[in-house]
Design a protein around this ligand. Structure first.
Ligand code: ZN
Length: 325
């Protein structure tokens, strides 16, 4: 499969990274364990790189769909161990909300040091990460931004009976149309369709929280999931209502969170995408499958662009040790 997508250099946009070191600490939504992350500036063309700093030796994991190791209710990345099937070394769970915030803030390159096995949930949305990026500053780098342009439709359909599907079509913008189908009086079925850029990401998408149903909590916890979930980091619904006392941030917060997840998962393509995305009832599994498919049919005209690059980080004054002191 070729000629379906191409990696190009943008004529007008340039790459960026964070200006300063950022520190976040909190409970992981699924593991329930406390973790810390430190986000540092990185050089142009290094992309988004995670490092499990709590492991010895450290495990470096590029934010790429090839490194996705679990998609059960969240997207986890890790390095595949030689000869051990699906088992991954240095797994990091729930990267999608942070990836979405990085996309929204226009950050192309960053080093994310992780002390723990999951990204802190914060408030269950991308808002805290996004606001911190803007408050601390975003630094432009001396390199043109690269993006993936969709040339011909790329699509997949689920193999089960859920009827889920996702397709990308050519477009000059990044547009998402998402159809949701839930059998709940508040969540309901619905559609969301928007051209998304860094400006409307903040207002329309970034604050949408993850959600779960009270009836599923016991089963999920027995399965080792949602162990850190609470009203502080998720919308929780019983049969008819939202249990969070402040209610919803958007009338259709649920579908907007699905879009937030989709943006974060698509950013595991390694670059921003110019294309129209039509997604129907997808979750992390379908999202990561379409990203892998884009990677398989991606033309990289300049050999340099396709070359595997070692992350090359900008030296910064403060070290992890001083931040933790
Ligand atoms: Zn989510």
């Amino acid at each position: 499969m070729e000629n379906y997508a191409i990696l190009k250099e943008d004529k007008s946009e340039i790459q960026s990274t964070v200006s300063n070191i950022l520190y976040f600490k909190g409970i992981g939504l699924h593991t329930g364990k406390e973790s810390q992350i430190i986000i540092k500036p990185a050089k142009a063309d290094s992309g988004i790189t995670f490092v499990r700093k709590d492991l010895n030796p450290n495990v470096i994991i590029k934010a790429k769909a090839d490194n996705v190791c679990s998609t059960m209710l969240r997207t986890s990345i890790g390095l595949k161990k030689e000869g051990s099937g699906k088992e991954a070394a240095g797994c990091i769970s729930t990267v999608e909300h942070l990836m979405s915030a990085l996309w929204g803030a226009g950050i192309d390159n960053a080093l994310i040091e992780v002390y723990g096995c999951e990204i802190p949930a914060m408030d269950g949305s991308a808002r805290v990460f996004y606001e911190s990026f803007y408050e601390s500053g975003i630094k432009e780098l001396n390199a043109k931004r690269k993006y993936i342009e969709i040339l011909k439709p790329i699509s997949i359909e689920s193999e089960d009976k859920t009827g889920a599907s996702i397709a990308l079509y050519p477009s000059d913008d990044f547009e998402i149309s998402y159809d949701m189908d839930f059998n709940h009086p508040l969540v309901q079925s619905g559609s969301f369709d928007m051209k998304i850029d860094g400006f409307n990401f903040y207002g329309e998408i970034s604050k949408a929280r993850t959600f779960g149903f009270l009836k599923d909590v016991e089963y999920l916890k027995k399965s080792g999931l949602a162990l850190g979930g609470s009203l502080d980091n998720a919308l929780v619904l019983d049969e008819t209502s939202v249990l969070n006392k402040d209610g919803l941030r958007y009338k259709d917060e649920f579908i907007r969170h699905k879009v937030l997840d989709l943006i974060g998962d698509l950013y595991l393509a390694g670059y921003r995408i110019k294309g129209r995305v039509l997604a129907k009832k997808t979750g992390h599994d379908m999202n990561s499958k379409i990203v892998k498919k884009i990677g398989e049919c991606l033309i990289t005209p300049n050999a340099q662009l396709g070359k595997k690059e070692e992350a090359n980080f900008i030296a910064v004054g403060k070290t992890a040790a001083t931040l933790f002191a």
